[in-house]
Design a protein around this ligand. Structure first.
Ligand code: FMN
Length: 269
């Protein structure tokens, strides 16, 4: 799958990959986080490279659910690949309304719980297993199709994961980015705080996938630092049932197709 936020809005996908390549190498397109209202995101700089990775501070820029449905969803669906919409909400009610808006329109939902619950004083959903259980239970009531929760890699991850299972989530996406900081300039000091992704996070996320798969029976979709076919196999051998590819798309938009070819030619032994 192509991970949320790393392949634009679908308008350029066929400029880099043929329709054949898209259909044979992409299991699902996971959209950038969609919220009820449009969000402009943060002012620049909002992305910067670090050794073996990338820090992003995009701030969940998106057109909002209405424009997403009228202007973008059609383009994405035209590729003929299952579409999973990543949802961003500031309250449980936001997520429920978003899920209702998408009923019958797409193959699945991915709940991004690495966002603040404004109603509960700005606490991140991912910091409260109880809140996550309530969130998943309420979305499950209005959504019959595939439902995944995208975990934050920090906080009470195991309790959150268990509650996702109890509340009826079909799978877990493990995981989102890690809080990080880059010094852009020493004097005057200028920093970029954001989420770290790319090969730098692979060993940490891989360990999380391993630990969670030992403890839970819920299917895990591994996501973090996958660049090569061997990275995919490592995730699958450590307990993931599927994978998502993010930052690799920003390095080379043909990455998924190259990774698939590498997988076909890998010899394990
Ligand atoms: C530029 C950028 C934007 C992202 N936007 C979102 C987003 O909107 N929602 C979300 O859940 N994850 C978002 N992510 C996180 C990725 O989907 C993925 O979980 C993370 O980057 C780790 O995978 P990777 O190392 O393969 O990139 C974003 C990542 C990047 C680099």
């Amino acid at each position: 799958m192509l991970a949320s936020g790393t392949w634009g809005w679908g308008e350029n996908l066929n400029k880099f990959l043929s329709l054949e390549e898209i259909k044979t190498s992409i299991g699902a397109l996971v959209t950038k986080g969609i919220s009820l209202k449009p969000r402009e995101g943060n002012p620049p700089p909002r992305i910067s490279e670090v050794p073996c990775g990338l820090i992003n501070f995009i701030g969940l820029e998106n057109p909002g659910i209405k424009d997403f449905k009228t202007k973008y969803l059609g383009v994405i669906k035209a590729y003929g690949v299952p579409v999973i919409v990543n949802l961003y909400g500031e309250s449980i009610e936001d997520f429920v309304i978003l899920a209702k808006e998408l009923k019958g329109e797409v193959s699945g939902l991915e709940l991004n719980i690495s966002c603040p619950n404004v109603e509960k004083g700005g606490i991140l959903f991912s910091e409260s297993p109880k809140l996550v259980r309530e969130l998943v239970t309420k979305v499950r009531k209005v959504w019959d199709d595939f439902l995944a929760v995208k975990l934050s890699p920090f906080g009470p991850v195991f309790e959150v994961a268990e509650n996702c299972k109890k509340a009826g989530s079909d799978a877990l996406v493990v995981a989102n980015t890690y809080p990080a900081l880059k010094v852009l300039n020493l004097n005057p000091l200028k920093i970029l705080k954001g989420g770290l992704s790319g090969p730098a996070i692979k060993p940490i996320t891989l360990r999380l996938v391993w630990e969670l798969s030992q403890k839970l029976t819920l299917p895990i979709i591994g996501c973090g630092g996958i660049i090569t076919g061997k990275d995919v196999l490592e995730y699958l051998f450590c307990g993931a049932k599927a994978v998502q590819i993010g930052t690799a798309n920003l390095i080379n938009p043909k990455s998924v197709s190259i990774i698939m070819k590498e997988l076909e030619n890998i010899h394990i032994g």
